[in-house]
Design a protein around this ligand. Structure first.
Ligand SMILES: [Cu+2]
Length: 174
């Protein structure tokens, strides 16, 4: 016990000195744009005790059900947003919650867009960290939020057969 307390005190002291330990990121966000650069959605990510809470609010997207994922590179180069890479997958799984070999940590529930173009998604990513730990979302090459043309079937590797990427936003700490 004494050893543990001593180590904890040492870590706290280093943190207070402000040199060795960066404060963990508590919030991150992205503005998602389509291929023409028009803003289509916002994403807000909040570090919770048990994972990351992710909220997406979309306006002006085509009505219907669309796949949404965290992609592994923080680059959104129009028009196809291929620069965002594949899904965030630090645990090396296959795609989809209904895939026996799944799922990617970046796999998310579909978002439903109404006839007015508006949609809302509020979900949790268990055990995920924005920063720190062994598999931070905001690593050296960042991360992006991507909305796809069609619904994610939650099982077809690598992206749920969800079609092209219609909106993309680079995540940044807030
Ligand atoms: Cu995707």
């Amino acid at each position: 016990m004494r050893t543990i307390l001593t180590v904890a005190t040492a870590i706290m002291f280093t943190g207070a000195a402000g040199t060795a330990i960066a404060a963990p990121t508590q919030k991150a966000g992205a503005v998602l744009s389509d291929a023409s650069g028009a803003q289509k959605a916002t994403a807000t990510l909040t570090q919770m005790r048990k994972g990351i809470r992710l909220v997406v609010d979309a306006t002006g997207l085509p009505a219907g059900v669309h796949g949404v994922h965290l992609h592994t590179v923080g680059q959104c180069a129009a028009p196809d947003f291929a620069s965002a890479g594949g899904h965030w997958n630090p645990t090396h799984k296959m795609h989809g919650k209904d895939n026996p070999m799944g799922e990617h940590m970046g796999d998310l529930p579909n978002i439903t867009i109404g006839a007015d173009g508006v949609g809302h998604l509020d979900t949790m990513i268990p055990n995920a960290m924005l920063s720190g730990g062994e598999m931070p979302l905001l690593d050296a090459d960042g991360a992006a939020v991507v909305i796809h043309a069609t619904a994610d079937d939650y099982k077809t590797d690598p992206s749920g057969n969800s079609g092209g990427r219609i909106a993309c936003g680079v995540l940044a700490a807030r």
